[in-house]
Design a protein around this ligand. Structure first.
Ligand SMILES: Nc1ncnc2c1ncn2[C@@H]1O[C@H](COP(=O)(O)OP(=O)(O)OP(=O)(O)O)[C@@H](O)[C@H]1O
Length: 326
């Protein structure tokens, strides 16, 4: 039986103060069981990164969790001190950041960089560090770990550096990996390798993955459960099979419709905004970013998430104006 590893409840995140308060994330709830890959998908600015950063208490200085809770392994993250969080980051939860390649130290051999977490979190003796680093390099697909150990970042390709980052992220055997669009800057073949390495680790250690992405193709392949974010809110969630077979929210339909398929050869690819509320079973509304912007909250008053079938939740608009098909 898998157990609950991460549980976020009614989380609200805001930036700024006074009249300039901006609610980046509104009333987010999500959970991840051990051994599960959960995808948080949505367009740029929908609040995915802010949500994941809050799990590590790494929000920018002008941002804060206003209310809600984040429970990790039965510990309340929002109540933790910075010292307590330092024991969790890179140890129990690792994050692979969007632009992490730049965070590699150019003046340090990559093999030594891989051992930093082990020294800090596990107090591993110096004599054992090299052997563990070589084993980690092997786990992330290097066939010549002893050679790679002595390289500096500038001597490696982008894909190789990404593998070094994964070796760092898994070195302390975290229970949760947060992968924030780890593949944006990489070509498609390398993207696959990176995602496969994360998936391999997950299976090997029965770990969990929170995958932040805007690509439903990636979700289809790697995720067990999906949360779709739009305008700082979860608008639909469910297991990956259900979401693909019966998407209800127009935004979800739009994202799925954007996946290129072999059958649609020659057709123009649809944009998410080609989908209307009408198509999705909502009457009288055209789906456009401005009609669901956070500024027009009052006009659209998104209601709470409704369970439309077991385990499948959708956020509906003003229910009196909405007709659901089926
Ligand atoms: N430091 C900050 N100050 C003010 N607003 C911020 C700050 N960081 C993020 N935001 C805002 O919070 C909202 C959510 O941003 P977030 O980065 O979480 O989006 P995202 O879905 O992860 O997008 P992307 O896919 O581009 O990373 C955006 O409107 C963004 O402008």
């Amino acid at each position: 039986m898998s157990s609950r590893l991460l549980e976020i409840n009614n989380l609200n995140i805001a930036f700024g103060s006074g009249k300039n308060v901006f609610n980046a994330v509104t009333d987010i709830s999500l959970s991840i069981n051990s051994g599960q890959t959960v995808a948080l998908i949505g367009e740029s600015g929908s609040g995915k990164s802010v949500t994941s950063l809050s799990v590590l208490k790494l929000l920018p200085a002008n941002g804060r969790a206003e209310s809600g809770s984040i429970s990790f392994d039965d510990k309340e993250i929002l109540q933790m001190t910075e010292k307590e969080m330092q024991k969790i980051r890179g140890n129990e939860i690792s994050m692979i950041f969007q632009d992490a390649i730049a965070s590699l130290n150019p003046a340090m051999k990559v093999g030594v960089q891989i051992t930093e977490g082990l020294k800090y979190h596990k107090q591993m003796p110096k004599s054992e560090l090299r052997a563990v680093a070589l084993s980690l390099l092997e786990q992330v697909g290097f066939h010549n770990p002893a050679h790679i150990y002595d390289q500096y970042p500038s001597q490696l390709s982008g894909g190789m550096k990404q593998r070094i980052l994964i070796a760092m992220a898994i070195s302390c055997k975290p229970k949760l990996i947060i992968a924030d669009e780890p593949t944006t800057a990489l070509d498609v073949t390398i993207q696959r390798q990176v995602l496969d390495l994360i998936a391999d680790y997950k299976i090997r250690e029965d770990a969990s993955v929170l995958m932040i992405t805007h690509d439903f193709g990636v979700v289809a392949e790697y995720a067990d459960w999906v949360y779709v974010m739009f305008g700082g809110r979860i608008v639909e969630s469910g297991d990956v099979f259900t979401i693909f077979n019966n998407p209800i929210h127009p935004y979800t339909k739009g994202l799925i419709g954007c996946i290129p398929s072999l059958e649609s050869d020659g057709e123009r690819l649809k944009s998410v905004y080609d989908y209307s509320f009408e198509e999705a079973g909502y009457k009288g509304r055209k789906f456009a970013p401005e009609t669901y912007s956070m500024e027009s909250k009052v006009y659209h008053a998104p209601s709470s998430l409704i369970e439309v079938e077991p385990g499948h939740y959708v956020r509906l608009f003003d229910e009196s104006e909405v007709t659901i098909v089926g």
